[in-house]
Design a protein around this ligand. Structure first.
Ligand SMILES: CC(C)(COP(=O)(O)OP(=O)(O)OC[C@H]1O[C@@H](n2cnc3c(N)ncnc32)[C@H](O)[C@@H]1OP(=O)(O)O)[C@@H](O)C(=O)NCCC(=O)NCCS
Length: 140
């Protein structure tokens, strides 16, 4: 992902999430040198993933496929690519947080071998109040 991609990336972010990241957060991830990748079909950006790497730990901060193209195996492919990159950077564990209500994402991570290691209470904004996050981890 490059700064020039942010327009397309943010358009997907806005459609895919009820509470999307701001362009500033996305730009900060790029500038911080996080592992930021886009998933491209033909000329079109159809998804992206963002991961931080430090001290042997990979944190998958965002993984998103355009709503029109979900359910075709792209999310799994992108996740596997990020896990491969994490291994290449000598990370031994991958972590991520997922909304309790996000069944599709949980099923993807569960099938990929992530285990639930904790809960962050009231972690996400929600329509009414806050929503818990499940903390998932996978040994690489
Ligand atoms: C979560 C997300 C990345 C999955 O990507 P995707 O391309 O739709 O998923 P895939 O087609 O690769 O499916 C992989 C697995 O995920 C699970 N899955 C995907 N969509 C699902 C759904 N609607 N319901 C239940 N499980 C689902 C299944 O286990 C599936 O494996 P299967 O096809 O063998 O059953 C995508 O739905 C998305 O971008 N959602 C919005 C953003 C988001 O919530 N990101 C995760 C933040 S933690």
């Amino acid at each position: 992902m490059r700064e020039a991609d942010l327009g397309e990336v943010m358009a997907i972010e806005a459609q895919a999430y009820e509470f999307p990241w701001t362009p500033g957060i996305m730009r900060d991830c790029l500038r911080a040198g996080y592992c930021c990748w886009v998933c491209v079909l033909g000329e079109r950006i159809v998804g992206y993933a963002i991961m931080s790497l430090a001290a042997g730990e990979a944190n998958i901060l965002n993984l998103c496929i355009h709503p029109e193209l979900q359910g075709r195996g792209l999310g799994r492919k992108l996740l596997n690519r990020m896990l491969m990159l994490a291994r290449r950077h000598d990370a031994d564990t991958a972590f991520l947080e997922v909304r309790v209500s996000n069944e599709a994402a949980f099923a993807l991570y569960d099938a990929a071998g992530f285990n639930e290691i904790g809960v962050r209470r009231n972690y996400y904004p929600a329509k009414e109040g806050k929503e818990d996050a499940l903390v998932l981890a996978k040994t690489l």
